[in-house]
Ligand binder design. Structure first.
Ligand SMILES: NC(=O)C1=CN([C@@H]2O[C@H](COP(=O)(O)OP(=O)(O)OC[C@H]3O[C@@H](n4cnc5c(N)ncnc54)[C@H](O)[C@@H]3O)[C@@H](O)[C@H]2O)[C@@H](O)CC1
Ligand SMILES: Nc1ncnc2c1ncn2[C@@H]1O[C@H](COP(=O)(O)OP(=O)(O)O)[C@@H](O)[C@H]1O
Length: 539
């Protein structure tokens, strides 16, 4: 099911009225965390009793979640050690943990040793002010020993109230612990030292699992942080968040099964959607065949081939149902296989006097943002979905922004660059890769589940373009997009593109070549359409 990601502030704001009304949010969070702790220990060791659990406790409510959960684990027979890393922590949580039998080690900061690079114990004779027993060599050694022999560690140092960058004594403790770690590490809500910057990754907390509360935090969707989060569980604690405030939506196979557009019982070929394909050239006729095969097999009401007669012969030889006569279309795919400019005219006619969507891929991407080109006239007043990989996006943005942007830079921050490209071009950007990122001009991001690596093969992008163009034609026909009556918001087009990527992924799971993916669509789309009908019993 769709998971939405929100800025942490949105989640914190949603908590306020509920907390004022006495809703036990922390108890809900801690209960879910404890259950996941129990499952983890049981999966690893077959029991909770007699296992060792450590809590890294910070100064705020994040520690509260961890301490209450640890209290539950203590009552279930785990030996719990709390390592209090600040001069204060969550009082009620600490009391609950103590009552369940936890031992508490105080290992708090002193100003003198707040050096992140230091791995030495502080001088116990230091006279810094502190309100908990002084950090000293033996406490540090004890903390390290407890961490190293723990079966499960809960990172409750900092949550959404944390400024990133841990105090030196904590960073150095983590660095010293890392080589000796054997147990599981669960980050509570967000990893405490989370930052997409991978500098010093070896000295940071690498969680096996992150249990986040209320809603997915926006910073957790960046693929770069996944080496620090591990798998992510989103726990509903009843915040009732408004999805309109989400900054990202994650899609998986369940969303595809639920939302793939199925033909209406009383529909006809025009109501299903006609897709125009301008793909392939004398140099790359195969791209025309792959894109049209994909469009046919994704279930278009009709596919019109708009490119050169040379390529049309191949296309119609394979698919007699494809029409090459000009006529009305509900969406156009432009660019796979670099179609020659003289055939762009056919597409221009198909697009005239309409606001229908266009999917732009490969060769067509060089036209994006060039108002002077004939094709520039297409760009106005219609939804445009562009499908660059990192190299193509780098080239396009270098041209549009007037600076050198490399594919490597795009790979460092795909979400950020896809967002920027969407804003600059006003298009829905499908930045292809293992983690395909879809960004809309209003900043919304859609993240489909990653597909199989077998998709990384020549012609695979042509198949994706065929799928996206067909889904766009189906949506455009359904919403009568050639009129002005019911324009779809950017978010809907971005989500539609996300479903298209999931269809492509499913095809990628059944074949190893682009023509294999295009053929496999018959089965994938057949199951999406007929499978659901069989289950629901409709005809
Ligand atoms: N408000 C609630 O009742 C709920 C809170 N929840 C938990 O509470 C967390 C948020 O709690 P808080 O607002 O107390 O925030 P934190 O638990 O993140 O702690 C904030 C405190 O840490 C200090 N701090 C922040 N960054 C620091 C740094 N880099 N170095 C040293 N000190 C630093 C701040 O000055 C502040 O005192 C959430 O992440 C979640 O785990 C959940 O239990 C849901 C309900
Ligand atoms: N490692 C990977 N894992 C999953 N999918 C991938 C991976 N690498 C590439 N892909 C997908 O394969 C397709 C490749 O498209 P593209 O590079 O345009 O190929 P071509 O231009 O040869 O058609 C894209 O949909 C992309 O998301």
């Amino acid at each position: 099911m769709s998971v939405f990601a929100y800025p942490s502030e949105v989640i914190r704001e949603a908590e306020v009225p509920l907390l004022e009304a006495g809703v036990p949010l922390m108890a809900r969070a801690a209960r879910a965390l404890a259950n996941i702790g129990i499952d983890t220990l049981t999966a690893d060791l077959g029991r909770v009793t007699g296992t060792r659990v450590c809590v890294l406790a910070g100064p705020g409510n994040n520690a509260g979640d961890a301490l209450f959960a640890a209290a539950t684990l203590g009552r279930r027979g785990a030996a719990v050690t709390v390592i209090a890393l600040f001069d204060r922590t969550h009082d009620e949580g600490l009391t609950a943990a103590r009552r369940s039998g936890a031992q508490v080690l105080a290992f708090a900061s002193t100003e003198a040793d707040d050096d992140p690079t230091s791995t030495e114990a502080a001088d116990p004779s230091s006279d810094s002010t502190r309100t908990v027993p002084a950090r000293n060599g033996s406490t540090r050694a004890e903390a390290l020993r407890e961490l190293s022999r723990a079966d499960l560690v809960l990172d409750g140092i900092l949550g959404t109230g944390g400024r990133r960058g841990l105090p030196g004594h904590i960073a150095s403790l983590i660095a010293a612990w890392a080589p000796h770690r054997t147990g599981n590490l669960i980050a509570v809500d967000v990893p405490s030292d989370l930052s997409p910057d991978s500098d010093g990754a070896e000295t940071r907390l690498h969680a096996d699992r992150t249990v986040t509360f209320g809603g997915l935090k926006a910073e957790l969707v960046d693929p770069r942080v996944h080496e620090f989060t591990g798998s992510i569980d989103v726990i509903d604690i009843g915040l009732g968040l408004d999805t309109g405030l989400a900054v990202a939506e994650l899609l998986d196979a369940d969303d595809l099964a639920a939302d793939f557009p199925r033909p209406e019982a009383s529909g006809h070929k025009y109501s299903r959607g006609v897709v125009g394909v301008l793909a392939g050239s004398e140099d790359y006729p195969g791209a025309g065949v792959l894109t049209t095969t994909s469009a046919v097999n994704t279930g278009a009401g009709m596919v019109r081939y708009l490119g050169s007669p040379f390529v049309a012969e191949f296309v119609i030889g394979v698919h007699p149902e494809v029409v090459s006569a000009s006529g009305r279309v509900n969406a156009v795919i432009f660019g796979p296989g670099d179609p020659e400019p003289e055939f762009v005219q056919g597409a221009t006619e198909a697009l005239s006097d309409s606001h229908i969507p266009v999917v732009i891929d490969a060769g067509g991407l060089d036209m994006v943002g060039r108002a002077e080109a004939m094709i520039g006239t297409w760009m106005a007043e219609r939804p445009i979905i562009i499908t660059p990989h990192a190299g193509e996006l780098a080239r396009m943005l270098s041209r549009l922004l007037g600076e050198i942007i490399t594919a490597g830079r795009i790979g460092q921050d795909p979400v950020g660059w896809a967002r920027q490209a969407a804003e600059v071009t006003g298009t829905i950007v499908v930045l292809k890769g293992h983690h395909t990122v879809i960004a809309a001009p209003d900043g919304l991001v859609v993240l489909p589940e990653p597909g199989p690596a077998s998709l990384a093969t020549a012609g695979s992008g042509d198949v994706l373009a065929g799928i996206l163009g067909t889904l766009a034609a189906i949506a455009s026909a359904e919403h009568r997009y050639d009129g002005d009556d019911s324009p779809l918001p950017h978010a809907d087009w971005a989500r539609l593109a996300g479903l298209g990527v999931l269809v492509h992924n499913a095809a990628g799971q059944r074949a190893v070549s682009a023509s294999g993916f295009a053929d496999a669509l018959t089965e994938v789309v057949g199951e999406l359409i007929h499978g659901a009908e069989l289950i629901s019993g409709t005809d």
